[in-house]
Design a protein around this ligand. Sequence first.
Ligand SMILES: C[S@@+](CC[C@H](N)C(=O)[O-])C[C@H]1O[C@@H](n2cnc3c(N)ncnc32)[C@H](O)[C@@H]1O
Length: 251
Amino acid sequence: MSFSAAWLALREPADRAARDVGLLEQVRTWLGAKSAPTAVDLGSGTGSTVRAIGPRAAHWTLVDRDAALLAEASAIPDACTIEADLAHIDALPLDGAVLVTASALFDLAGRDWIEALADRIAGQRAGLYATLTYDGRMEWSVPDPEDAAVTTAFNRHQTGDKGLGPALGPAAGPALAEAMGKRGYCVRSAGSPWRLDADDRPLQAELLGGIARAAAEAGTNAVGWLDRRLGMIDRAVCTIGHVDLFALPCR
Ligand SMILES: C[S@@+](CC[C@H](N)C(=O)[O-])C[C@H]1O[C@@H](n2cnc3c(N)ncnc32)[C@H](O)[C@@H]1O
């Protein structure tokens, strides 16, 4: 599964608006209290999370398997980029990092991968800031009779294997919180939903097309639903549920 730079650029402003401000400030404050902190962003894409926290908040390493996305990420001043497959957890360049970050990544991952990554993070008592994990909720202020069926099919599609084991999809946020909690971490979570309106027309149009394609691949024809939804973009506010998490060793 690959993600285009165009799609990531389209979603970045919505992600920035959706991130829980309280958790983001806690991360910045925590990093700011450290001397010369190093941080690693997993599944970085072009570096949305680094731009959200601040390129100067840490010495950043961005890890992704997509060389084209990393080429764009290399525009971030002083950041280091590494092309690698996250499946190989032991080989990830986490040594010495005080913080591991990821956005829009954990819902692509399976339970075993999440547990193994949690082991690696906890083994060095690093913090974890994981944002914009899809929680399974899609709602529109103007309902359509097929919303529930399409959402169910989309969520089923979310659980396919994307290279990090059978993905947990909407169950990933709670699984990640549990994985860190049982390793002695204090976990703070907060909702970070997209709320998209007529001003987000290009993002909504791409999103709706992607939802309909995924639903079809999961066995639900969503052609009629897509037509009606595209016709309602200007008057229906779309809410897509996500969760943000910031976890630190309790002691
Ligand atoms: C939904 S995108 C999010 C990108 C970025 N974090 C953001 O918020 O804009 C998921 C990213 O994870 C990367 N990714 C997915 N599976 C991966 C794997 N097995 N190894 C390395 N990168 C992976 C993709 O290439 C993509 O850049």
